[in-house]
Design a binder for this molecule. Structure first.
Ligand code: ZN
Length: 211
């Protein structure tokens, strides 16, 4: 009897840990990482102009979706988890080329799209991918259906934004609350092996002066 109680206690704690730890390992996160050759060869900082991305067209990756787990909310959480319902349409955020579309470890069925300036967007846990690597895709194009493949406890989209292979908070590009594209410029500064990504302060000052 004692042994059974112990076994139940162990199984219970394992299931809690599994619920608690759906983030990717650093190996998994790094395997998605591909640098853009020469991106920082001229300057230590590069700028992403969101207004010009807006002109080319953009789409929120899961329209009407609600963030159920923010970037960095759990240790190693490299993106934002956005939820609507099972098998909902996942849309490409900007024009680009599909760099990867396949099942990969805890990411499950994952699509990686490369855009201008080395920006990449990643769409993971799909029940099905609708594009192939090498496909040219447009903003708003359906690229997958939401699911829970890989390490996921519910149907949702794990959405990442990356520059030069390094993930950063997608909330810097999209207002994840209302699904709109943010305004202005994002500054990406090389710092050792990493990159610091943030809203360009100069840009914000100009915006404030205009008010
Ligand atoms: Zn996630």
């Amino acid at each position: 009897m004692k042994n059974i109680t112990l076994l139940i206690a162990i199984l219970f704690s394992i299931s809690i840990q599994a619920q608690d730890k759906p983030s990717f390992s650093s190996m998994e996160v790094n395997h998605i990482r591909v640098v853009t050759p020469g991106l920082f060869s001229q300057n230590k900082s590069i700028y992403l102009h969101l207004d010009s991305l807006k002109e080319m067209g953009y789409a929120f990756p899961l329209p009407g979706g609600k963030v159920i787990s923010a970037y960095g909310a759990r240790k190693g959480h490299s993106g934002a988890d956005i939820k609507t319902c099972a098998k909902d349409t996942v849309r490409c955020a900007f024009d680009g080329v599909v760099r990867m579309s396949k099942p990969y470890s805890a990411y499950g069925n994952v699509v990686v799209v490369r855009h201008a300036n080395g920006l990449e967007t990643i769409y993971s846990h799909n029940s099905q991918n609708l594009v192939h690597s090498g496909d040219i895709v447009k903003a708003g194009q359906p690229i997958g259906l939401t699911g829970r493949t890989g390490r996921a406890t519910t149907e949702h989209l794990h959405f990442e934004t990356r520059i030069n292979g390094q993930h950063f908070n997608p909330n810097i590009i999209f207002n994840l609350k209302d699904g709109t594209l943010r305004k202005g410029t994002i500054k990406c500064t090389k710092n050792g092996n990493g990159i610091i990504v943030k809203q360009n302060q100069d840009n914000n000052r100009i915006a404030q002066n205009k008010k």
